[in-house]
Write a protein that binds this ligand. Structure first.
Ligand SMILES: [Zn+2]
Length: 329
């Protein structure tokens, strides 16, 4: 009897070791981003009279000209996988300051959250407190900001479509739809005080973000979802196109996503974003999400072939690099 018990315990232990080994392997197995480096942006020339854009992982983007500086999302904490899956998360002050320093950000006019999932909005209020910015976003984003103690006069709640002016930049939030994975949907109905579970950061509605400067414009589509016709009549020269999880959908979905974003606004340049594994800090090189969750190569094969067919350029974003996308047109 005792031998049987011993054998059972050994079997369970062996299964646990094999399971953990498999999970570790599966989570570490991911497409290489090396093949996209040949598409990488070049650094903006000094004193370029243009809108400059700096990519800071996921869909965090700094857009800055001589008159204003706006940060999309401002997500820098990037908590690790175990903590995100099993524990509670909260903004990390040191990582936020390091992220801001990476892009030489001291002052910002606004932090604009595309939606309220943690990988977009969890740090928005802390970034605002560090930079003097207002936080702009949905009611749920406003409740994330309130939970961090950001004063009401620094919170701009947007329902429906709304345009805001910062210096020479016009920032328009247009209701959109999240990638349909169905997780953490719904509204954050009261101030959210971290530490909380990652899934407590409910989506709260998604926005497409259009940034216009003179005759030029950039669309940031952070999540790979869309509302049919929502961008009709809008124009953008450049689209920062969220491709996260796009590789997990079928070709018809990808076609519809392209049509409702890049094709509708008649963009001439596409920059894929939201492809990096955001359970790793910005002090490590950016890598793609594991195959277990997504296949970046599938998304990129689609984006590259679609772009080639329509004469649209594709540039690969480089972490922390100051770029001038309008000068690439
Ligand atoms: Zn999301």
């Amino acid at each position: 009897m005792r031998t049987l018990l011993k054998r059972l315990v050994l079997l369970v232990l062996a299964l646990l070791v094999v399971g953990a080994g498999w999970l570790g392997y599966a989570l570490g197995n991911r497409p290489s981003v090396d093949r996209y480096q040949k598409l990488a942006f070049t650094q903006a020339a000094d004193n370029a009279d243009s809108l400059e854009v700096t990519f800071l992982g996921v869909s965090t983007l700094l857009l800055r000209d001589g008159t204003a500086a706006v940060l999309v999302d401002g997500f820098f904490t990037r908590p690790g996988l175990l903590r995100t899956a099993l524990g509670k998360i909260a903004p990390d002050g040191a990582r936020i300051r390091a992220g801001l320093a990476l892009a030489h950000i001291e002052k910002l006019d606004a932090v604009v959250a595309a939606h309220s999932h943690y990988d977009h909005a969890m740090d928005a209020a802390d970034v605002a407190m560090n930079t003097g910015a207002v936080v702009v976003g949905s009611t749920s984003t406003a409740n994330i900001a309130r939970g961090r103690g950001l004063p009401e006069d620094r919170i701009v709640t947007v329902e429906g479509t709304r345009s805001l002016e910062f210096g020479d930049l016009t920032v328009t939030l247009i209701p959109s739809r999240h990638f349909p994975h169905g997780k953490a949907m719904g509204e954050i109905g009261a101030p959210l005080v971290p530490p909380v579970r990652a899934l407590d950061y409910l989506e709260g509605g998604s926005f497409s973000i259009l940034v216009e400067r003179g005759q030029r414009s950039i669309l940031v589509q952070s999540s790979a979802g869309f509302i049919e016709g929502a961008l009709a009549g809008r124009h953008a020269d450049v689209v920062y196109l969220g491709v996260g999880l796009l590789g997990s959908k079928d070709e018809a979905y990808r076609e519809a996503y392209w049509r409702e974003t890049v094709a509708t606004v008649e963009a001439r340049l596409v920059v894929p974003i939201h492809w990096d594994d955001f359970t790793r800090g910005l002090d490590e090189p950016l890598v793609a999400l594991p195959y277990l969750l997504d296949n970046l190569d599938t998304s990129m094969d689609f984006v590259l072939s679609r772009a080639r067919r329509e004469g649209v350029d594709v540039r690969w974003p480089v972490l922390g690099m100051t770029t001038a996308p309008f000068q690439e047109l």
